[in-house]
Design a protein around this ligand. Sequence first.
Ligand code: ITT
Length: 190
Amino acid sequence: TGNAGKMREIREIMADMDMEICSMKEAGISLDIEENGTTFEENAQIKAKAVAACTKDIVLADDSGLEVDYLNKEPGVYSARYLGEDTSYDFKNQAIIDKLADAKGEERSARFVCAIAAALPDGRLLTTRGTIEGQIGYEIVGDGGFGYDPIFYLPEYGVTSAEIPIEKKNEISHRGKALEAMRIKLRERL
Ligand code: ITT
């Protein structure tokens, strides 16, 4: 990943693996990968395979995004590029809130989805998926997390995912679950 927010979370989650975790940039790899898949899994695999061509180490790639049911699961795989690649998350988040002006309660359901792909040095490709259910809030709240966290309301906690500590987010999040599943798969197969 080239996303600093994701990188912080991945590092935290994988902290007790007996492995050195480094970002693509830290590994000295600079690639502009076209994410032209139609599913999170496909895009994660595209990223993992592209980077695997440059290293003999294990490569983990994440593809994730927000599905808003009222918007037919948009922005989905286009989450990072939604309403333009260079628009701020304040803009994207406010636009989603505005589009849901007429949606009430359950109609505001949404989820974060994360697919993790691991490319192993012997050519094997492993994939896992994790999700977290929530609702689109009525305003932008919180300054933790990144991206769509300030509008992702967690009914059980009464706050957005931008208001909870990183350790808590990693325990319950789509990325936390997909990475935990990957950690188990890697332990079984390495
Ligand atoms: P890489 O491809 O380099 O990993 P990216 O940000 O372009 O970085 P994606 O294509 O997977 O990554 O886009 C995912 C977008 O979905 C991300 O930029 C956020 O806008 C959103 N997203 C994913 N996980 C999120 C989370 O935990 N909290 C908030 N927003 C999230």
